[in-house]
Design a binder for this molecule. Structure first.
Ligand SMILES: Nc1ncnc2c1ncn2[C@@H]1O[C@H](COP(=O)(O)OP(=O)(O)OP(=O)(O)O)[C@@H](O)[C@H]1O
Ligand SMILES: Nc1ncnc2c1ncn2[C@@H]1O[C@H](COP(=O)(O)OP(=O)(O)OP(=O)(O)O)[C@@H](O)[C@H]1O
Ligand SMILES: [Mg+2]
Ligand SMILES: [Mg+2]
Lengths: 255, 255
């Protein structure tokens, strides 16, 4: 395994799931062995990968309750072109039970260690909160990719997220780094987007990906077909943007 | 107090805070006495009402730790024209401590009872999850207003939310009803929006507000000025839509 990347931002609706599914598919299309880990009880990454979250025999909850189960739970070769650790609303129960178990922050890490050698990258889709599920993701990951809508509330939340990452780095995961900040749903015609984008680059400069994901309706349509945009409409601007991101992501690894 | 309304949807970024702030401001402009309760550790409703969440002497955490504190914490007459129970990231700590206290679901309800007679309506802005904070809101509220972006992942999440409401109704709050489902960020030019909107009306018919909130950049700009859109740009389509919603909301109360 080259790297485990947590895709996280406690601000809701900034494009975490859309980034996770489409970056995973683009990396897989380039020949990388990819595991997508759905850690959100909403199960959007599971549905977006073409798997019915209501028909799961096993899911992420089973992995957190007993890390030995991980191989039984992984859905191999989804329609999207990568392997998937699926989630559904059963996972909501784990937020309470995780708090009472031992090793509560490291359950995911212990599980993922067991399959490390099978993959090049693992991408973790996180829920929109700084709860025990997100802490598990940050304890397990090598780096954090932060999708960021260029709007005021999203910008306001980034300092709380960076604080949490710092706390995790000082306590349970000293090697955790920031992979990058990704501007999503970008609409260059509106001044708010440009203002916020400029502030991001001023504050975080080299951490901000050059690749920008435009607002593109094909990205919002693809999940209802259970496909990444690469397979739903490969000529769309959304698909091109995520392929460009995948290339920039790989270049950074070889940096 | 005529009614306490929880504004909730565990799907992130669907317009919960934007609806809470702008409906509160529109109801206040019509002469109603309004309390806005910010129950999200992101503190967006606090910032969107013109209050600096990092300068708070007291906040929602103090209310949940000791319901007696509520009058000390309320910010009277904010620039937005209503009273506010502010929140900030301290509230994240409460998710763990709430689980260990007695009456854990009813802490907010006990506190709000103390100020009921001072207001006509209270609106509660919820975080994007079905955690103990949201459970507190559903235990405290008389009804639930569900902002809903007309996109696939948001539609997918609505059954989990309705299930949670049903469970709360059967256990801790038998009188809880659905106030309505509000279509937000509505863009009639795109077929996905129209498809999802049609499905909403087919499934939920009379529960869906006639008022639709259009995608309007002035709604996204207003929070950076700490103002509801009614005070930031009262001639905008966003402002008109929330005033129309306030009128429809009041008509419903009068049955
Ligand atoms: N670049 C884009 N252009 C258009 N629509 C997009 C884009 N990215 C995401 N969307 C749509 O916006 C909505 C929010 O995106 P998404 O669900 O991926 O965000 P999220 O951060 O995972 O949300 P949550 O906080 O609920 O987990 C979805 O309906 C998605 O289809
Ligand atoms: N009708 C609209 N038109 C344009 N932008 C909007 C509209 N409603 C909300 N927004 C913007 O979309 C983003 C998401 O809205 P908002 O933060 O209110 O959603 P939320 O459901 O409260 O999110 P969270 O799940 O993080 O609490 C914000 O940047 C907001 O300014
Ligand atoms: Mg998501
Ligand atoms: Mg909000």
């Amino acid at each position: 395994m080259r790297k485990i990347v947590a895709i996280t931002n406690q601000k809701g609706g900034v494009g975490k799931t859309t980034t996770c599914v489409n970056l995973a598919a683009s990396l897989a299309a380039n020949g990388n062995r990819i595991l997508l880990i759905d850690l959100d009880p909403q199960g959007n990454a599971t549905t977006g990968s073409g798997i019915d979250k209501n028909q799961l025999r096993y899911s992420m909850l089973d992995v957190l309750s007993n890390p030995e189960n991980i191989r039984q739970v992984i859905q191999l070769k989804t329609p999207a072109g990568y392997d998937l650790l699926p989630a559904n609303s059963d996972l909501t129960a784990s937020e309470v039970s995780l708090l009472e178990s031992d090793n509560k922050e490291a359950r995911l890490k212990i599980a993922v260690q067991k399959v490390l050698q099978d993959y090049d990258f693992a991408l973790i889709d996180c829920p929109p909160s700084l709860n025990m599920l997100t802490v598990n993701a940050l304890a397990c990951a090598n780096s954090v990719l932060i999708p960021m809508q260029c709007e005021y509330y999203a910008l306001e939340g980034i300092s709380a997220l960076l604080n949490t990452i710092k706390v995790i780095k000082q306590s349970i995961n000293p090697k955790l780094i920031i992979e990058g900040i990704l501007r999503t749903m970008y609409d260059p015609r509106n001044s708010l987007t440009n203002d916020v984008s400029r502030q991001l680059i001023n504050h975080f400069s080299h951490l901000v990906y050059r690749t920008v994901i435009p607002r593109n309706i094909r990205l919002a349509e693809a999940p209802s077909h259970g496909l990444p945009v690469l397979l739903y409409d490969k000529h769309s601007r959304g698909s091109a943007a995520y392929r460009t991101l995948a290339n920039e992501f790989i270049r950074e690894q070889n940096g």
